[in-house]
Design a protein around this ligand. Structure first.
Ligand SMILES: Cc1ncc(COP(=O)(O)O)c(C=O)c1O
Length: 476
């Protein structure tokens, strides 16, 4: 029989915390009838966020064009929406059941290019766009292509979204972590970047790229213009490619913050050498269409022959799924003012975004009042990375531990904390060690996606749990 020893050791090494042992335990408890508040993953529609009507109506017509022949459609669906579905099927007569060209349906790639040009006021080219099964596949394509062997390393933020650490492990690359600066709202720090790349080189790693997640997961941070510029300069000086993971670009809640795409900032800086791979997705924003697996990868400063290799890579798995491609199309080309469907679309979009903003505030303000917990109100994305303090354990001298020993000890502490939180309250969050955290600190990551009353409940229960947990540790 096959055993784990027969598997690729890179697969065995890869870890993916957001679906790890705590979530598995939560599922068991749920099967036994316990109510679980799932705050472990950014999966909005699993947490009762409603899909936008416009999207589902168009997708329904595309999946089953026979509906277009039914007279009731004219009275149940807005006119512009029906026209839209017909137009899409005219431009792509094969519908959803046939493969498309490997980089994706041409008119959709053109719509993505138009979206980028509109969003950023810069030129964009459909031939530099590949439609993907979610942003994850885009990131994995870039890492597949750029990691040439064990000596190659990718810089990734700490804390990070574990897609990156897991995929680097899977492809046999090395992870070069750089800390985000919690004291400065989780921005990137040039000094930290320099230190981390120099250490990696001393250890024999060849850095080839840097991943930046903006707005951030798990931090909820939005990077300033200066920060984005700084990273581009850093990448140029160090010969790095950039993966700009911008899946949360619509999720910016703080009025003082703005999303700056790497594509725009690079263009404005006149940067023509740093290779840029930008990712976007239908999973986040106000759509939350995670199950539809749609997204795109845009290439800048990539020569034609290299681009050809990426298209070849995409062609190895034929093409992205078609419903996901159409969902991406609707994301980049939504209804416009004047369309019959626009008012409902706009109302539903604003309702999702304003509810997320409100929930971020409730969570942030509530947690700030808990003694021993620290959190800035999240400014973007869908997450909060909450720092918490626990009393030291008797007989444990952290300062005498080797770094690896200390990491393992702190991972055990935050995991035990999150497991106890789950067992006692039904709240499912992810230990900070799954994302990486500075030595001497403990965190957990939570989403603020559940309905508002559950977030309120979450804060109350968390407070009672934390006070009790700390008291028990002090009594030991
Ligand atoms: C930063 C980041 N990138 C990518 C993804 C994956 O997105 P997709 O569903 O488009 O693969 C996620 C999902 O949570 C994410 O947080």
């Amino acid at each position: 029989m096959i055993t784990k020893h027969d598997l690729n050791p890179n697969l065995l090494r890869a870890e993916y915390a957001v679906r790890g042992p705590i979530v598995q335990r939560a599922q068991k408890l749920e099967a036994q009838g316990r109510k679980i508040i799932y705050c472990n993953i950014g999966n909005p529609q699993a947490l009762k966020q409603k899909p936008l009507t416009y999207f589902r109506q168009v997708l329904a017509l595309l999946e089953y064009p026979e509906l277009l022949k039914k007279p009731e459609i004219a009275t149940t669906f807005p006119r512009d929406l029906v026209e839209r579905a017909k137009k899409i099927l005219e431009l792509h007569p094969h519908g959803t059941g046939a493969y498309s060209q490997s980089p994706g349906v041409p008119f959709i790639r053109q719509a993505v290019a138009d979206f980028i040009a509109r969003r950023d006021g810069i030129p964009a080219d459909q031939d530099h766009i590949v439609l993907t099964d979610g942003a994850s596949k885009g990131a994995q394509a870039v890492l597949t292509a750029l990691i040439r062997g064990n000596g190659h390393g990718f810089m990734i933020p700490i804390p990070q979204y574990p897609l990156y650490s897991a995929t680097i492990a899977l492809f046999g690359g090395r992870q070069i972590g750089y800390f985000l600066d919690e004291e400065r709202r989780w921005q990137l720090d040039e000094h930290i970047l320099n230190e981390s790349i120099e250490r990696a080189r001393r250890e024999g790693t060849r850095p080839v790229g840097i991943v930046v997640i903006n707005p951030g997961n798990p931090t909820g941070a939005v990077l300033s213009l200066e920060n984005v510029r700084m990273v581009i300069g850093f990448a140029r000086r160090n010969g790095l490619s950039i993966i700009a993971d911008e899946v949360y670009q619509e999720n910016v809640y703080d009025k003082g913050e703005q999303f700056y795409s790497f594509a725009r900032v690079m263009h404005e800086m006149g940067e023509r050498t740093v290779p840029l791979f930008s990712l976007h997705s239908v999973s986040k924003g106000f759509l939350g269409e995670c199950g539809h697996r749609g997204g795109y990868l845009e290439f800048r400063n990539i020569p034609q022959d290299v681009l050809g290799e990426f298209i070849k890579l995409q062609s190895i798995s034929l093409c992205a799924n078609l419903v996901g491609q159409f969902a991406t199309y609707l994301m980049v080309a939504p209804p416009e003012p004047g369309d019959e469907s626009y008012p409902v679309f706009q109302k539903e979009k604003s309702a999702v975004l304003s509810s997320l903003k409100r929930k971020a505030e409730i969570l942030g303000e509530g947690i700030q009042k808990i003694e021993g917990m620290h959190l800035d109100i999240p400014r973007g994305a869908m997450y909060a990375f909450v720092r918490f303090e626990l009393p030291p354990e008797r007989g444990v001298v952290i300062s005498e531990m080797a770094p690896e020993e200390r990491r393992a000890y702190e991972a055990k502490r935050d995991t035990e904390y999150c497991m106890a939180l789950l067992e006692q309250t039904g709240i499912c969050v992810v230990p900070g060690s799954g994302f990486g955290q500075k030595a001497g600190t403990l965190h957990f990551r939570t989403t603020f996606l559940p309905p508002q009353d559950e977030i309120e409940d979450f804060v109350t229960q968390l407070r009672t749990f934390h006070e009790q947990y700390v008291r028990e540790l002090e009594e030991v």
